[in-house]
Design a protein around this ligand. Structure first.
Ligand code: ATP
Ligand code: MG
Length: 400
């Protein structure tokens, strides 16, 4: 099998392990994505070498999850998540296995994995180890648990959310017995850490086949066990139909807030334990949508929107405001902007104070800069020092 470049490079890491007498394979999402003809994301490696040995073999090793046997190996400027073959003990707390035991062969390691399509290993030549008919399931576009679904979902209920996340990303269907098991165990979702749920839900909403995922959410009733949404179950019925992939968690929160304004963005962020960055993105997107509703798409809107929100804004504008603003429309306006931040203004606070040598510094300086910023952005005034100076002198500002 021809490897994409990144896997060819990563195969060197497998060779190094083998050169030291250890077994090593590609595992998880990268093998699945290769077989699905999708771009390969992170490359995960499983090996018979213990974490201590991995640290001896490679120069740059970051111990990220030693208790699970996981380290990050940096090799030729790339990062690989390397996990020692392991077998999980009981899951008495439904979150973490009570103990993990390192193993010499990959078989037990594959058995602990969630779905057959994720339980594939591949060696450096491209030969695949497939103990649970994962390739057949990929061929049929089917998500199926490794082993008994009820047991596997009870061990770690996050797998229920992962199932719908993969349905959304891959457009796969969920095998009937797996779906029944999800429904039987779904209330256990409430016992998992919110951060783990949010991490999966971000990928869920970004999936290219998110409508498939939403259909499963509705038919299984999983949403009745998700933070905040469980108190507003009707919200899922009000999602745009068809829904489009949402490029960031900030856009997910904005959409949910728009559908259920009684829950503020702050409450969504708190309930879903999102980062400050997500909160700021959601607030920014919501502000831009409000501006759009009164003034339409204009320079001032685009100027105040961060570039990493452009895509999200166009998606939300289409789904929520039924407008046809495209990403290209926003970029075209961005390219016309005379400045991109206040620092780009041809004058600064000191220049303004020089125009009023008798005045003391104070809030008026910032206020005047705000006025000039808006005038320059909207094109009322060009970003030219002399022109700005003239304008300021003809419009004596209240300098208190
Ligand atoms: P992605 O493309 O999003 O990275 P992935 O399948 O690689 O998808 P990861 O969360 O990176 O997902 O996990 C890597 C692998 O670890 C999975 O393919 C699966 O084999 C295993 N795995 C991850 N989470 C679980 C879980 N909760 N239970 C069982 N196995 C899991
Ligand atoms: Mg992965």
């Amino acid at each position: 099998m021809g490897f994409p470049d990144r896997l060819t490079q990563a195969a060197d890491v497998l060779k190094i392990f083998e050169g030291h007498g250890y077994k090593a394979y590609f595992v998880g999402g990268c093998v699945r994505d290769l077989l699905c003809d999708r771009d390969v994301g992170d490359i995960d490696i499983a090996t018979s070498a213990t974490p201590d040995t991995v640290q001896e073999i490679f120069d740059k090793v970051i111990p990220v999850g030693l208790e699970h046997g996981t380290v990050i190996v940096r090799y030729a400027h790339q990062s690989y998540e390397v996990t020692t073959f392991r077998m999980d003990g009981d899951y008495s707390d439904q979150r973490h296995p009570d103990d993990v035991q390192f193993m010499q062969t990959i078989d037990e390691d594959l058995k602990r994995r969630d779905f057959t399509m994720n339980a594939l290993a591949m060696d450096k030549e491209g030969t695949i180890i497939d103990l649970f008919d994962g390739q057949e399931d990929i061929g049929r576009g089917q998500i199926r648990t490794v082993g008994n679904g009820i047991d596997r979902f009870q061990e770690d209920p996050l797998r229920i959310i992962r199932a719908i996340r993969f349905a959304s990303q891959l457009g796969f269907s969920i095998a009937t017995e797996t779906l029944h098991a999800m429904m039987a165990v779904k209330q256990e979702i409430e016992t998992i850490a919110v951060e783990r749920i949010a991490h999966e839900m971000e990928k869920f909403f970004a999936g290219t086949c998110v409508q498939t995922g939403i259909d499963y959410l509705q038919t299984t009733g999983i949403h009745e066990h998700l933070p905040i949404i469980k108190g507003h179950p009707g919200l899922v019925d009000r999602l745009p139909d068809p829904i489009m992939p949402l490029p960031s968690m900030g856009s997910v929160i904005t959409l949910l807030h728009r559908l259920e304004p009684a829950v503020s963005i702050h409450e969504w962020v708190k309930g879903w334990k999102c980062s400050n960055k997500v909160k700021h993105q959601a607030l920014e997107l919501n502000k831009a949508m409000k501006h759009f509703q009164t003034a339409g798409l204009n320079r001032w809107l685009v100027y105040r929107l961060s570039e990493d929100c452009y895509k999200a804004f166009s998606v939300l504008a289409k789904m929520v405001l039924h407008s046809s603003v495209t990403y290209q429309d926003i970029l075209a306006i961005d390219e016309q902007l005379p400045i991109h931040s206040k620092q780009d203004l041809a004058v600064n606070g000191k220049d303004l104070m020089r125009l009023y040598p008798d005045a003391k510094g104070g809030p008026w300086v910032g206020e005047l800069l705000d006025i000039l910023e808006k005038k320059v952005v909207t094109g009322d005034l060009s970003n030219d020092k002399n022109e700005i100076r003239d304008w300021v002198q003809w419009h004596p500002h209240d300098i208190g």
